[in-house]
Design a binder for this molecule. Structure first.
Ligand SMILES: [Zn+2]
Length: 79
């Protein structure tokens, strides 16, 4: 079970890093098939009338993921 958690966590970290660095677009959905030891990607297309596809996805700069990496501005923000 812990090996499965590690596989999934590593896939998530890799997709986060490719998104932040811009190496490539992150995979929208990955499926781990444990019986074959394979990871597959989806080829679904975004739907403009879907809230997740139309509003949340593709908001790289607006999402400001760097806010999780920046140090606190002063000692009071660290609390
Ligand atoms: Zn959608």
């Amino acid at each position: 079970m812990f090996a499965l958690n590690g596989i999934i966590a590593n896939l998530a970290v890799i997709e986060f890093l490719v998104m932040v660095t811009g190496i490539r677009d992150p995979a929208r959905r990955l499926t781990y098939k444990g019986t074959r030891g394979a990871v597959t990607d989806t080829i679904d297309v975004r739907k403009p009338d879907c809230y997740t596809c139309g509003c949340l996805c593709g908001q790289r700069e607006e999402a400001n993921v760097w806010r999780y990496l920046l140090p606190p501005l002063n000692e009071y923000d660290a609390i």
